[in-house]
Design a protein around this ligand. Sequence first.
Ligand SMILES: [Zn+2]
Length: 110
Amino acid sequence: MKINILGTEYEIKRQTAKENCKLDDASGICEVYSKEIIIDTSAKDDKMAFNKIDDFFHKVLRHEGFHAIFAEAGASQYMEDETLVDMLAMLYPRIKVIMEQLDNAEIESI
Ligand SMILES: [Zn+2]
């Protein structure tokens, strides 16, 4: 599938570590030059994988998505900040709820 990240199309695809050695040490990769976000979902078949593994895969996609957002924004310092990127990926579902509340606030009644 393809998604639009700040005006640039990124291909989202699945690969395994056998297909892409960059996945040896990572669950996902953001390739900012070839405009790809790659996720390894082979852990789905692992008996020791996280419970609710799809939630983990979505967190990985958000993590790689933030790398892409910062790359497309020209914010390479943030793009390379794994702590910041992972924190945003973890917090995003709660940030989204906060922003929806703020977006729906009746300005006149504040
Ligand atoms: Zn990362």
